[in-house]
Design a protein around this ligand. Structure first.
Ligand code: CIZ
Length: 414
């Protein structure tokens, strides 16, 4: 598409956003043009949790979610009264695809003694089977607390993130065998060579990456934590092991820092996704225009009472208390970055660059977090006539293709 065509589509989108009372909510991994347009038109660029939260709190009646399918579904679950559109409904996620809802139900049924904790990167039908839904920034805190309560965990779907949480918390965790095709491809051997060429660079790694890569990290964290590390860090150079879409926002927020993509290819391997999610790449300006012009790409999360879904244990009253430091070396585990806690427990959404070290009350955080995550879901169930009769089922999830890894071995031994 020529620059002229792009400009004309962008102009039309600007006009229609106003006319249709709509706002764009984009993920860090989508194309820079879309991120810029979202910000310029009063929308938002963030991770999945903050995207859903922004969508819920924003007065617009229509949300255009530029990201992957589970993000649109999460936005819809938390804002059932709004219409949620996506530029391409086929934009999915390997973690979501690799965790089929009925296979997961079988896995869960085989381990009734375990607390079910699922990552946000799952379909609504899998989320509906969980006791807890977490994101990469808060997973450690939740599992840490469950461990303190003596609970055993069944975790899905990302095995690398699950392993990392298990290592950090010492919790008894049974892991689903899923992986993100982007993070799975980062290579430790090549990373070591790159680090040798840039000895002063700090290595930032997303915990969906393999253990050997995580082991080389100076900072392990979610997308928001990685951005914060670059913005606030004293180093001038950073090697970044996550989807390279994030570099656009990092460069805007930290223009003087040198950012280097972590290697996914080299002598030790070749890459397929090469540090960019093919589904995130399906988000385009034309798709956004189609949502606004033709109402295409609407997300629906429908109900079913087929017995597959047992419903959530609504955790608003749980009163989760995070005692904090029980790490072996006496240091606080690096979970739940303070920027995220802050945004969850206040009504403000300050830019990451403005956040400093914030005093965080863990109980307040936990209550705020669970309130946020489950209130929309609880409202949704209740409005449909009661938890016992209904559960979520997502049309797409039940027919989604499965990864070979999941089909062959859906469960990993501890
Ligand atoms: O939750 C998200 O947005 C993802 C996919 C990663 C992260 O670390 O924020």
């Amino acid at each position: 598409m020529s620059d002229k065509e792009k400009d004309s589509i962008k102009q039309r989108i600007r006009e229609l956003l106003k006319a249709r009372n709509a706002v764009i909510v984009a993920h860090y991994y989508v194309d820079g043009d879309i991120q810029d347009l979202a910000l310029e038109t009063g929308g938002f660029v963030a991770d999945s949790l903050e995207m859903a939260r922004f969508g819920k709190n924003h007065p617009a009646k229509n949300l255009i979610v530029a990201g992957v399918r589970f993000m649109g579904e999460t936005a819809k679950i938390l804002s059932p009264e709004k219409r949620v559109f996506m530029p391409d409904l086929d934009a999915t996620c390997s973690l979501d695809l690799g965790c089929d809802a009925s296979d997961f139900a079988t896995f869960r049924a085989a381990h009734p003694d375990r607390e079910v904790v699922v990552y946000a990167n799952t379909s609504a039908a899998v989320k509906a089977q969980a006791d807890w839904m977490v994101t990469s920034s808060c997973a450690l805190a939740i599992v840490h607390q469950l461990k303190l309560e003596g609970k055993k965990i069944l975790w899905a779907p990302d095995r690398h993130l699950g392993r990392y949480i298990q290592e950090q918390t010492g919790a008894d965790m049974l892991l689903w065998n899923g992986a993100c095709i982007v993070h799975d491809e980062f290579k430790a051997a090549e990373l070591e060579i790159l680090k040798a060429a840039h000895p002063n660079a700090k290595i930032l790694v997303h915990p969906e990456s393999p253990q050997a890569v995580v082991d080389l990290a100076d900072v392990v964290g979610s997308t928001s934590a990685m951005i914060k590390a670059v913005v606030e860090g004293s180093a001038n150079e950073y090697i970044v092991a996550t989807d390279k879409g994030i570099l656009h926002r990092m460069r805007q927020l930290a223009p003087n820092k040198k950012l280097i993509e972590a290697p996914t290819a080299g002598n030790s391997a070749t890459c397929k996704s090469c540090a960019h999610c093919p589904w995130m790449a399906m988000n385009g300006l034309q798709g956004i225009l189609d949502c606004l012009e033709n109402e295409s790409g609407e997300i629906h999360v429908s109900y079913a009472s087929d017995g597959m879904v047992t419903g959530f244990r609504i955790s608003l009253e749980t009163g989760l208390a995070i005692d904090g430091d029980d790490s072996a070396d006496g240091t606080q585990p690096d979970y739940c970055e303070k920027d995220r806690l802050f945004s969850l427990i206040t009504s403000e959404l300050p830019p990451i660059s403005e956040l400093g070290d914030l005093p965080v009350d863990p109980v307040e955080f936990a209550n705020g977090f669970m309130h946020f995550l489950f209130r929309g879901i609880s409202d949704f169930f209740m409005s449909a006539g009661g938890l016992s009769a209904f559960g979520f089922i997502n049309d797409a999830a039940s027919t989604a293709p499965k990864t070979a890894a999941t089909l062959e071995n859906p469960m990993l031994a501890r």
